[in-house]
Design a protein around this ligand. Structure first.
Ligand SMILES: [Zn+2]
Ligand SMILES: [Zn+2]
Length: 399
């Protein structure tokens, strides 16, 4: 029942649509929070925000199910700021003679707990929503108790067993239902590609006796409030690679397109987690400079990598602006009128020719170069005035 009227002034009221009805409640002051905000001038401002709480809670909705169970994280002790010791990571035994943790398996450390991302919860379920943000949506409610047969499919390179969950626990199955390529699935919050194991249902079992689905849910739900994952099932709407190159040239910038083809690499590993990876960067680098090592998160699609590169275009433009205010800058030009051939098929052939290695093609206003990334650094494969000439110089490699 709503609380009795007290006569005190109230800060507001709210209406909640639930179970086909509007429910109304007063709002009451529940406290204040304070945070410090830094101004551009360096001054600190104290911002106070009033916290409000409903005076009355409407009944739980009829569709509300059981809460998703969770267990405490075994690898951290947040109350005392301790994390799993290196002697205990990825093993089921603790080194009783370890000098760092004294044989307890936990020691002080500033880093984030890898097992729970500092939530101190291991979720036993996961609620996944796939949506194209238009008219299609699928909700999946996975619980650790839905034990499904997950046959072993082999071992990963360090010998840990790998199993595969049934199709209904693979996001790729549901992506195809929505008519979307599995590699186009991205997290709605942050835009990162959905983890490949979650897409394809592969689980690496770190210890015997671990239930495969429980292991997958614990891994996928790490640090997610309410074990909730919202997935955007739609390809990014971005420029094509030729359009991006034309844009960069008009701004006197270069484009580095890197590709790595893992499909024929690690052939002993059962997981086909060896798709094609892409990384695209708009850069101020000159054609003569070798490509930088690709050590950043790559994307499983070229369109996803282009979207990522465009996010950083303002930073590159700032970098391209000289510090000296009297130094002239190049005037942006209209994009070249003649069409550019799409280099993607050639990039795919180059990647397939060097399996497991990054190949970077730089298309710059003053020339083009192709680098192969090796352990010692980038090795130039070809340099030329334009992309077509660089490919011709490579001969049969790219043909
Ligand atoms: Zn230790
Ligand atoms: Zn933890």
């Amino acid at each position: 029942m709503p609380p009795a009227r007290t006569g005190e002034p109230l800060p507001g009221a709210c209406a909640i649509w639930r179970d086909g009805h509007w429910w109304h409640s007063s709002l009451r002051v529940a406290g204040w929070t304070e945070r410090l905000v830094e101004q551009e001038t360096g001054q600190l401002l104290r911002r106070r925000t009033q916290l409000l709480r409903r005076g009355w809670e409407p009944p739980d909705p009829s569709w509300l199910g059981d809460a998703i169970p969770h267990t405490p994280c075994p690898d951290c002790d947040p109350a005392n700021g301790r994390r799993a010791c290196t002697c205990a990571v990825d093993t089921s035994t603790i080194d009783s003679d370890c000098g760092r943790c004294g044989g307890t398996g936990l020691r002080p450390g500033p880093s984030t707990c890898h097992t729970c991302l500092d939530s101190h919860r291991i979720h036993q379920g996961l609620v996944v929503t796939l949506t194209d943000l238009d008219h299609q949506v699928v909700h999946l409610n996975w619980r650790a108790g839905d034990a499904a047969s997950a046959p072993p499919v082999g071992t990963d390179p360090d010998g840990t067993p790998v199993v595969r969950l049934p199709e209904r626990f693979r996001l790729e199955t549901h992506a195809r239902t929505l008519g979307v390529r599995p590699e186009d699935l991205t997290e709605a919050d942050g835009g990162w590609p959905v983890d490949q194991h979650l897409r394809q249902g592969y689980v690496i079992l770190p210890a015997t006796g671990v239930e495969p689905l429980a292991q997958q849910l614990a891994q996928a739900g790490r640090g997610r409030p309410a074990a909730r994952l919202i997935v955007l099932a739609a390809p990014p709407e971005v420029a094509t690679l030729p359009q991006l190159i034309r844009l960069a040239h008009a701004l006197n910038l270069a484009v580095d397109v890197s590709v790595r083809d893992n499909r024929r690499h690690h052939t002993a590993d059962p997981r086909p987690d060896h798709d094609i990876s892409w990384y695209v960067e708009i850069t101020v680098a000159a054609p003569a400079q070798p490509a930088q090592a690709v050590d950043v998160p790559s994307r499983p699609t070229l369109a996803g990598a282009i979207a990522y590169a465009l996010d950083y275009l303002p930073s590159v433009l700032a970098e391209a602006t000289p510090d000296d205010p009297v130094q002239p800058i190049a005037t942006p030009r209209a994009p070249m009128s003649e069409p550019i051939a799409d280099p993607e098929p050639m990039l795919l052939r180059l990647g397939a020719h060097h399996p497991g290695q990054w190949v970077t093609v730089r298309v710059a206003p003053g020339g083009c170069r192709i680098d192969l990334h090796e352990r010692e650094g980038a090795r130039p494969l070809s340099t030329s005035t334009d992309l077509a000439a660089a490919l011709t110089a490579l001969g049969g490699t790219a043909a």
